[in-house]
Design a protein around this ligand. Sequence first.
Ligand code: ADP
Length: 234
Amino acid sequence: MYEERLDKRQFDELRPIELETGVVPNANGSARFKIGGTEAIAAVYGPAEVKPKHLEKSDQGIIICKYDMMPFSVPDRAKPGIDRRDMEISLVISNALSRAIMLEEFPSSMISVYVYITQADAGTRCASLTAASMACADAGLPMRDLIAAVAVGKIGDSIVADLSKAEEDYEGGATDIPIAFLPSKDEIVLLQLDGEVSKDELKKAIELGRKEANKIYELEKAALKRRFTYESKD
Ligand code: ADP
């Protein structure tokens, strides 16, 4: 039984969020997304010439993504360098972004997305996706929609939103279900499952994920509005 959350949040309550764009002056687009103790900074370059050349596609653009956790992002120093987990997360981010960005608009070119985790307290792939899609929007890339992502999970018999690391590790480990939406299309662009759930629980988790993603989506739209309203006053 998991009736009260470790940090006393409601089951459908997200941790406090901060979201801003234009945080990296030297990139074409950038964003910072912080949710509780997890923070992702994303920077986008391009569209640019494809390197290495053999990756080029004549009918559409390609996306490459690099995800990395800073050594100081966790209490026990994350080992510097790219490991298998970083590679997996880089891949799922670029796959999801490929669904959001209109790649057909810039054939034979490449978009590079770099995501750095400065603080990790679970849910970093979801935070990365939200930050990366905001950075792409900030770069002015044509998009079908923004991505809003959140990890939901099962702790005991309870389905909860936005697990902290302590919740992920609670009593032998929660079931972790990171999920990402293109909210206005009601399309899922990432769904992973680490643990066990029944079909009904999975449905409930997806529903909760959709509800929470919509909250993030509203914040994303507001952050972009702030950014472009501010710019137009210059
Ligand atoms: P996600 O961050 O998307 O939830 P994981 O489930 O792989 O992805 O990781 C869960 C959490 O475990 C991370 O958010 C972070 O808090 C912690 N973690 C991951 N890798 C490390 C590491 N190398 N050292 C310490 N903590 C880590």
